[in-house]
Design a protein around this ligand. Sequence first.
Ligand code: ADP
Ligand code: MG
Length: 595
Amino acid sequence: MTRTHLSVAAAVLLLVLPFAPVPDFWITQLNYIGLFSLVVLGLVLLTGVGGLTSFGQAAFAGIGAYATAYLSTTLALSPWLGLVAGLAITLVLALVIGLLTLRMSGHYLPLATICWCLALFYLVGNLEALGKYDGLLGLPPITLGDFSFQSERRIYLLIWLAALLAALAVTRLLDSRPGRIMRALNTNRGGGATMPEAMGASTFRYKLVMFVIAALLASVSGWLYAHMQRSVNPSPFGIKFGIEYLFMAVLGGIGTVGGAFTGAALVKLAEDQLKVVLPLIFGGSGNYEIIVFGVVLVLVLRFAPDGLWPLMSRVIARWLPGAGRRAVDETAPPLSARSHPQRGAPLLDVRKIRKQFGGLVAVNDISFAIRAGDIVGLIGPNGAGKSTTFNLVSGVLPLTSGEVELLGQRVDGRGSRDIARAGLSRTFQHVKLVPDMTVLDNVALGTYLRTQSGTLRAMLGLNAAEERQARAEAMRQLRRIGLADQAHELAGNLALGPQRLVEIARALASDPSLLLLDEPAAGLRHKEKEALAEVLKQLKAEGLSLLLVEHDMDFVMKLTDRIVVMEFGRWLMEGTPAEVQASPAVRAAYLGADE
Ligand code: ADP
Ligand code: MG
């Protein structure tokens, strides 16, 4: 028996439970836990994975609940139409709110979701048509043909079917092409937009997708809740519940699917107990449980910041093996190769590019060209403007002036995503891997532009063939750089040297025409530098075109055909390694700077 078997067994058990002589009380509790889990699953994706905090999920549940309440009472339409309408309204609202706020950084989204949750609460509470603060009563039960989900035991089936399917869909999504990008976005874990954009992904689009999915899950929960209660009023959709959902997510383990269920169950069960016990102790009828939750939250954040599920799953892991490493099927057909220029054809032409930061000219009218198959070095003392030049060429920074042509296309003024699509791939001076993803998955992220599966395909599990290809490609690239035996290790557990190599493998997985490496040898130990030099020599032998930014002169000398030297943002000289080595000007620059 493995952990996968355990999950399946738990799911089956949950679905047959209402047919067993379980007390009604427990069915009711589980109904609530299922409803909460649906909302919290959205937060796992949005907040835990994507790093985007929302206090407004209760409001999306409210949309789902009120849409069906209005349609099924006032207009006497089917609850299924209510579901469709609720989802449609949620979709539009989530898109509008997301488009307005997701481009802004940090606290704007949480603030916007608070405002929006408050606004909806008071709007609904004051609308005559929606029954003001008394809400709407007398909702019909959901029916399917002649079968009515009227009793608690029956709607239980719908609730848990929805929750378990959502869990399956989110699990699949996280382990897919879009999921790898989503997992790279979390700025709280050192991620951000720069790396996924350089791999060709629109990070804004994925933030929006996560926001919409989370909103839709909440909306479904609201729909089920409304027909379970057979009535709606504004109170369960206010900001208090918005905060409580976030609390469940944090308590359970905000980055994990299991955490959504753990958090929902713990909060629901604890709340009921505390509501009984605390007034007995303190007297009166205050909402004492909120105080206890506050204290618990502080303790959890202090002592188990990843939540309780990761702790529990570690205990389970001690007893039960995992499903085993998903084997990489290297017989999968290769991903289609991108077209590459003939050896010697013009590849990159940089003409008088310039970057000014206020009064500082960091890159002062630099020009150079690379032909297919060239290995060119860009060197200069610290602060010479190498990284900035690099960021201008790869589209991470906008140019002040000048032109960049890649494979005959003008790419200046275009973002790094477009430039990646045009055939350039890069690594970063400060390594940008997703630490809690395996080495293999990190490299598979590089196949983004060579694969197509979108979010829906991934959630439905229709991406299996392409995933096999992507993983096989990742494995091939890891073999190419000599790290195949580390494929299943978490990237965060690797030393800096191997991490830099993984970045190279990820860049290679996109099958680039030109590979840009920013200080690949920086911070490496001697042995690691030698390993890196071997890999680069091999890539050179395979005919790859490389632009190598490096501070370490000796390292570049052995590898490159030609070297461009910069100093104080200016072009100093260009020549063969021997010419550069012999140049008094270069020696003076290095001596004068810091050597
Ligand atoms: P190198 O990579 O050759 O060490 P950089 O390109 O990182 O040099 O930096 C060149 C110069 O531009 C330095 O003086 C640096 O302080 C400045 N610089 C780099 N990035 C920025 C920025 N975002 N804002 C202001 N100044 C910058
Ligand atoms: Mg630099």
